[in-house]
Design a protein around this ligand. Sequence first.
Ligand SMILES: [Zn+2]
Length: 348
Amino acid sequence: MNYEIDFLPVGNGDKSGDAICLRWEENNAYKVMVIDGGTKESGEKIVAHIKEHYNTTKIDYVVNTHPDQDHASGLSIVLENLEIGELWIHRPWNYTKQIIDYFQDGRITEESLKRRLEKSFSYSKPLEDIANDKKITIKEPFQGKMIGIFEILSPSKQWYLYDLIPDFSKTPDKKEGMITEGFESLKEKVLAWIEESFDKETLKIDGTTSADNESSVILYTKIDDKGILFTGDAGSRALNKAYAFKEEISKDLNFIQVPHHGSRNNVNPDILDKILGNKGQEYNKTAVVSASETSTKHPRQSVINAFIRRGCEVTPTNGLVILFSSGNITREGWGKVEPLEFQKKFQE
Ligand SMILES: [Zn+2]
């Protein structure tokens, strides 16, 4: 089957983001999908890219993996400037009835909580407004649903509502004693020299990321018996849930998005073994990491090394559009990119 996956470059410095366009052939026509829109600037790039390379002004499915600025804000440009079939987005402000008991302040009412949430989700709420204005169908990306040929592996609705929303950085403080899975954010440490070998891995087992990131939509499909996995900014909790939901993702995986721009807090050796398989494989998978060219944090070399150990060729966006394709796709003037190398000594 012919398909193309394009990772567009987003941001600069330590601000990375995701802007992914893809299309696949279905019944002699193409279906087009956009996963996250990066910043406003990358939103403009997506619109131009779809017109130029996909030769259309229509996107069948727009997915916002989670409400952070570097993933959501560019989608407003996409929604406004192209014809959209469906918008897939989480709308936590619609669940105040279910979650009101999690919040401290007794004066909070369902209505006031809804208004607070609508205001604090300042990059994703406008997407709902534009979609309503343009009469675009809005759907909620929860585990088990299909978006075209892609199955949603995480988050489940239950986990999203009762564990993640109350822990979001954008929601009010939780009541004491209400138990959710919680997370601890790690303080950034000063850069240190790290030595690794092929057998010696330094990636921590207990890295954690925010509930906001863990709410990222994880998408999976198989094309021609080979798996494709998109991870947004998901961390090890969400990745474990995705794996528990569909263990077969580890079989014949062909393409994977390195989660959260290659942050070392989102993956650990255990979940990588589960999804990518054990260390010491021949190269049999492609991994793309969306990271700005000048970022000092993204991607981390320990993460790149971990993916390489498990049979991945890792390519960063680094200011370029990275195309992964199958079938008879040609683009004039486009060259091959070299994957990143395994490094034994690095600063992190
Ligand atoms: Zn991000």
